[in-house]
Every structure is written in structure tokens, then in C-alpha cells.
Design a protein. Structure first.
Length: 392
């Protein structure tokens, strides 16, 4: 892969809206991505392998639990810093951002919010340092967009619970020490259980043949009469609202992350258009290429503004789930469109692993589907504005 020459676009001087702390956090992450991620990521994507050596650095830049309090090993940052971290990491690769998102918003967040003090003390510091990796099991083979239909269940056996069922498409599953698993009790109520690697009957087979998110390790979670200690249930929230609360936090991070991928595609295409000569001119001089680039920076700038405002609302604890859905949906589509346009600007080189664009394009095909598909987020907006539920 070519040297990483990334220079971040800021067409509307949005840096003026950031605090010194935001800029410091972003700068540290940006430098780390250039130094540690960019030089190796293409090789790992080609091999479809998670670069485990990045775990320590992710922890050091604060990407494991950015907004989790310092007392539990988190970085104690605000929501805009969290967003900027996700933006910078996804600028490098969506798969690495996925690893951090899952660890922070889908594993640490539920333990922090729905767990008891013993669970927080036992798990959060190890997750924040990267000593343990976690995963989040909601999706099942027959229940993706409709998690309320889940069949994974547990029965009270007196001194323990007995867990049965299966989850699929689970990020981090093959490398995780713990899984936050959403399952129904005997009254059909959804609860979160902490399942630990090594528990008898629990396995995590790896999902192979992915053309997308190849640096993120994906797998299944299989539960065959797994005995779960009663101390491993998350006691402070139950019902489908519990996993959906985690998804709100992760989707917010994705909204920022997608901007990172889009910025990388735009920046690469802009530089290429100034250097690549055809018909005796740089291709950036042709109106058709300028149209593509001008539309890309317009859409990136709109997404930056939308997402910064969402961050302010999150900091004030006013952001609604529907607002988060709108940003996730808008930004991921915007990023996919940028990746497709950038790929064309690079001509044949657009499909080469020498540049990051094709990898971003393929990665974003997962990002537009996971954590609620593009269609589902539109229906959430539809429900919010009409009051009429298209899911029923
Ligand atoms: C790489 C990757 C990593 C993932 N990581 C995780 C993870 O860590 N944890 C986890 O729990 N899950 C994870 N997922 C699963 C992901 O969240 C689901 O794939 C997603 O929610 C969609 O579910 P599905 O694949 O079953 O598609 P389906 O729900 O079967 O949807 C298929 C199509 O039908 C459409 N559709 C469904 N219902 C409606 C409706 N009511 N109206 C209109 N259209 C509809 C959808 O939009 C989609 O286009 C991951 C997925 C991928 C690809």
C-alpha cells in the first residue's frame, strides 16, 4: 500500500466548534492510525485476519470505553471525543473501528449501565486495557432486523441458568473472552447474560468467506446447555430496550466513523485527480471529475455538521434514538457514495489494494447493514415523524 498522506478536509472550519481536548484526542488517534494501522491494514485485509497487535494501541488512544468513567479504566471523555475517535479509526479501516465499537458500546456500556458494582469492577478494567475482548450477541440465524423474535433462551435451574440457542454474525466472537448475550427467560423477557469463554457447551466458530470487514473477526455463538452462574445476569435493565440502548451508543459512533471512511476516499481521490494526467491535463481539470469531488465534499461537510450537532445533543443527554438512526443512515450512505465516486476517479487504480478506496467500499457494505439496516433506520424515522408503525 502507498504511504498514508491523509489530510483531513474541514471545508466549513468546523474545528472552531471543537475544544482543545477534542483536538488532542483526535490528533493522537490520527497519528496512531497513520503510524500503526495504514502500513499493515491492506495485508491483513487481504489475508482476512484481525491484527491483534493493534489491541494495545486502541486501548492507549482511549478507544476502549472512551466515555466510561476513569474509575473503571475508561477514558472519561465526552461524546464528541468518542465520535472523533471512531472517525479517525474508521478513516484507517471500518473493521478496526468495529472492534473498538463493539468493545466500548456493546460490551462495556451494558456492563457499566445495566451491571452491578461487582460486575463493573470485575470486567471493565480488563476490557478497557484490552486484556479481554468482548462481543455482543443479539442477531440470530432467523432473527436479524426483528430481534424481538429471538429464540435463544435460558431456564432457571435453582443455583444457575441453563442457556440454549445460537447467534450469528457476531463481531469479535472468535477472539472474545466474554460475550454479552441477549436471551429470553421463561416469561419471554429479554435479559443480558455475561457468557465467558471456557464455559462448557459454549463455542464461537469463525465466519469465513467475507468480502467485507475482513480485518474484523466475525463468528457465531453456540450455546448447548451452557450453565451460567446467576451472578452473570445483568440485573439493572431487561426487555428489548436494554440491547437497543447499547445499539444507540454504537450507531452514534458509526455515524462518526462513516465520515472518516468518506474523508479518506475524498482526500485520496482529490490528490489523485491533481496528479493523474490524461489528454495532457490533470484529470481534476475536467468538469466531470470536479462534479464528483465537489459533491463529495458537500456531502461530507453536511454530515460533519449533522453529526457534531448530534454529539452536542448526546452530551446534553437529549439525543433521541430516531435522531441517531437518521445520522447513521445518512452518513453511511454518504460514505458509500463517496467510496464509489472516488473509486471511479482513480480509474483502474481504484480497484487496487495500493489505495484504500476499494477496501472502504467493501467495508461500508457491512456498515450499511449492521446495527440496523438502511431500510430499518428509514422506518424508524418514518415512525418518529408519522407516529405510524411500519413494523406491525
Ligand atoms: C460483518 C457483520 C458484523 C455484524 N456484527 C454483529 C454483532 O456484533 N452483533 C450482532 O448481534 N449482530 C451483528 N451483525 C448482524 C447485523 O446486525 C444484521 O445482519 C442486521 O441487523 C440485519 O439482519 P439480517 O442480516 O438477518 O437481515 P434481515 O433482517 O433478514 O433483512 C434482510 C433485508 O430485509 C429488509 N427488511 C427486514 N425487515 C424489513 C421491514 N420490516 N421492512 C422493510 N425491509 C425489511 C432489510 O432491510 C434487509 O434489506 C453483523 C452483521 C455483519 C454483516
Amino acid at each position: 500500500m502507498r504511504p498514508d498522506l491523509f489530510s483531513a478536509p474541514d471545508y466549513y472550519n468546523l474545528d472552531e466548534l471543537l475544544t482543545d481536548e477534542h483536538k488532542l484526542v483526535r490528533e493522537a488517534a490520527r497519528k496512531w492510525v497513520k503510524r500503526e494501522v495504514s502500513p499493515i491494514i491492506e495485508t491483513y485485509a487481504q489475508k482476512s485476519k484481525f491484527p491483534k497487535q493493534l489491541i494495545k494501541g486502541l486501548s492507549e488512544i482511549g478507544a476502549f470505553g472512551p466515555y466510561i468513567p476513569l474509575e473503571y479504566g475508561g477514558a472519561g471523555l465526552d461524546q464528541i471525543s468518542y465520535g472523533l475517535l471512531m472517525q479517525e479509526i474508521e478513516r484507517g479501516d471500518s473493521g478496526i473501528r468495529s472492534t473498538a465499537s463493539v468493545q466500548s458500546s456493546l460490551v462495556m456500556y451494558p456492563i457499566w449501565k445495566y451491571g452491578n458494582q461487582e460486575q463493573r469492577e470485575k470486567y471493565l478494567p480488563k476490557l478497557a486495557s484490552g486484556e479481554w475482548i468482548g462481543c455482543f450477541g443479539l442477531t440470530e440465524p432467523d432473527h436479524g432486523s426483528n430481534p424481538s423474535g429471538m429464540v435463544t433462551n435460558f431456564k432457571d435451574q435453582g443455583d444457575h441458568y441453563l442457556l440454549n440457542g445460537a447467534k450469528m454474525w457476531i463481531s469479535n466472537a472468535p477472539i472474545a473472552q466474554i460475550a454479552i448475550v441477549w436471551a429470553k427467560d421463561e416469561n419471554d423477557r429479554v435479559h443480558g447474560l455475561i457468557v465467558e469463554r471456557g464455559m462448557a457447551g459454549f463455542s464461537t466458530p469463525k465466519t469465513k468467506n467475507k468480502w467485507s470487514l475482513r480485518t474484523s473477526s466475525t463468528g457465531e455463538l453456540i450455546f448447548d446447555n451452557v450453565k451460567i452462574p446467576k451472578t452473570n445476569i445483568l440485573p439493572n435493565k431487561s426487555g428489548l430496550g436494554a440491547p437497543l440502548g447499547c445499539l444507540d451508543s454504537a450507531r452514534y459512533g458509526i455515524a462518526w466513523g462513516a465520515i472518516g471512511a468518506a474523508m479518506d476516499c475524498y482526500d485520496t481521490a482529490l490528490r489523485y485527480s491533481q496528479e493523474r494526467m490524461q489528454f495532457g491535463k490533470p484529470i481534476g481539470q475536467f468538469q466531470l471529475q470536479q462534479k464528483k469531488l465537489a459533491e463529495m465534499i458537500t456531502e461530507i461537510t453536511k454530515a460533519q455538521l449533522l453529526t457534531w450537532r448530534l454529539g452536542v445533543l448526546k452530551n446534553e443527554e437529549k439525543a433521541t434514538s430516531a435522531q441517531i438512526s437518521m445520522a447513521k443512515r445518512n452518513n453511511v450512505e454518504m460514505a458509500i457514495n463517496c467510496a464509489r465516486e472516488a473509486r471511479q476517479i482513480l480509474g483502474g487504480m481504484g480497484i487496487s489494494g495500493e489505495y484504500s478506496i476499494m477496501r472502504h467500499a467493501m467495508n461500508l457494505e457491512s456498515v450499511i447493514t449492521y446495527e440496523g439496516t438502511h431500510d430499518i433506520h428509514l422506518l424508524i424515522t418514518g415512525l418518529d415523524i408519522t407516529g405510524l408503525n411500519a413494523f406491525k
